[in-house]
Ligand binder design. Structure first.
Ligand SMILES: Cc1ncc(COP(=O)(O)O)c(C=O)c1O
Length: 127
């Protein structure tokens, strides 16, 4: 049996009508940048997360970059990430001049595990 990694058609099908209606509204209003929908999303997301603010961004890559920039990540920093992730994760870390460390941890992962990962010798990888 072939199991696809990602089946976008199957994900889209049950949401199609809702997505099409929302796209029609945006196109009818010609409000493509920020606007009331983004404000509503940010307000709803902040409330959902119990946070004072939420910011809508244009992509997952921008979200990763914004989070890393908020932490002042840059040259000389190492960022531990999962080896099972999209290439944008490593790309965002490298773009800021930091070094990505791919941690191979399991269920028993702790901050102590992170210290081990951060201790040399590191396993360098070309990306
Ligand atoms: C885990 C993960 N991070 C980042 C991204 C990048 O998101 P975007 O393509 O919206 O920049 C993706 C995209 O699939 C992702 O799966």
């Amino acid at each position: 049996m072939k199991i696809p990694l990602l089946d976008l058609k199957a994900q889209y099908a049950p949401l199609r009508a809702e997505i099409r209606a929302a796209m029609d509204e945006v196109c009818d209003e010609q409000q493509f940048i920020l606007g009331t929908r983004v404000q509503a999303f940010e307000t709803h997301m902040a409330a959902y997360c119990g946070a004072p603010y939420a910011i809508g961004l244009s992509s997952g890559t921008d979200a990763l970059l914004a989070a890393l920039m908020a932490l002042d990540i840059g040259p000389g920093d190492a960022v531990i990430t999962s080896p099972f992730t999209f290439f944008a994760t490593l790309g965002s870390i490298v773009r800021l001049g930091a070094f990505p460390l791919r941690g191979h941890w399991g269920q028993g992962w702790t901050l102590g595990s992170a210290e081990k990962v951060l201790s040399p010798p590191w396993v360098w990888c070309d990306i």
